[in-house]
Design a protein around this ligand. Sequence first.
Ligand code: ATP
Length: 203
Amino acid sequence: MAARVGLTGGIGSGKTTVAGCFAGLGVQAIDADRIGRDITEPGSAQSEQILAQILEHFGRAIMDSQGRLKRKQLGQMVFNSPQKRKLLESILHPPILDKMFAQCQKSKSPYCILEIPLLIESGQHELMDRVVVVTCHPETRASRLQQHRKMSVDEINRVLDAQLSDQERAAKADDVIVNDSTIAALKQQVKILHENYQSMFGA
Ligand code: ATP
C-alpha cells in the first residue's frame, strides 16, 4: 500500500498544477473532484444510488432531463446554505474517499498524492500519512483566476471569504508549498518534497 500524501489549498492556489508536477515525477496523483464527478455520472449502480440520495434531498430541479446533475446550480445551492453543504458532503465524501484509498492501495508508487480541496475542513487530513498545503497570495490567485477562468473579482472574493485562510490551512500541514512565483519555482519545491517523500516512504 502506497503512503497517502494529502494535498490541499484554497481556490486557485495551484493544487492541480502541483499534482501535475508530482505526476510528472512519476507519482500517482488522485483527484477527489474527478472521482466526485465520476461517481455522479449516471450509468453505474453506485452512481444511481448516490444520485437517488441527492435527488431525495435536493429535488428534481437539480437534475437535467437526462438525469445528470446541474453541478453549477447545486454548487450555488450549497454555497448559500451550510446545512445543505454538510448534507451533500455526507453523501459524497465517504464514497470518494473509499475510491481514493482503493486506488492508493493498488498503486505501485511509494506514495500517492491525494488532491482533496476540503481535506482540512472535513477532518480527512487526520487519515493521511502526510499533509501538504499549497498557499498563494490572494491577489496573485485572483489575477490567475481572472485570467484563466474568467471569474469576476466579486466571485473570487466571495469564495475566498468563505474558505479557511492559508494560515489556518498551513497550521495543519506537515509541508507547505508557496505558489507565489513561477512554475519553475513551483517545480523546484515539488522536486525537493518528492525527494523527502521518497526517502520517507521507502522508494
Ligand atoms: P481550484 O481550487 O479552482 O481547483 P487549484 O488550486 O487546483 O484551483 P490550479 O488550477 O492549479 O489551482 O491553478 C489555478 C490557475 O493558476 C490555473 O490556471 C493555473 O494554470 C495557474 N497557475 C498555477 N500556478 C501558477 C504559477 N506558479 N504561475 C502561473 N500560473 C499558475
